[in-house]
Design a protein. Structure first.
Length: 94
């Protein structure tokens, strides 16, 4: 198997693109990561025989935390969840 990976930052979405070659046939998976104010999710998509297939593979809670009297994004948690969702796709073989 050969894997090609690309991570693009498009607005509030992150798009993770992976092409998987299995037995000479390529299947292209696209992973969109939607990070909202209260939750985030990873949506995996591919096209097979002209049909678009979408699958939610990972969902997480998102929010702010207080630091020095201000509300801030929990960036460590966001990075953890983005990586966890990508790992989930890998574990699924997609």
């Amino acid at each position: 198997m050969l894997f090609l990976k690309k991570l693009l930052n498009i607005g509030k979405f992150l798009l993770y693109n992976e092409v998987v070659f299995i037995r000479g046939v390529s299947v292209i998976y696209h992973l969109a990561i939607d990070i909202g104010a209260s939750s985030g999710r990873h949506i995996l998509g591919c096209v097979d025989n002209g049909k678009l297939f979408l699958e939610e593979v990972y969902r997480f809670d998102n929010g702010t935390k207080e630091k020095d009297g201000s509300l801030i994004w929990d960036l460590e948690a966001l990075v953890f969840h983005v990586k966890s969702g990508i790992k989930k796709c890998r574990d699924l073989g997609k």
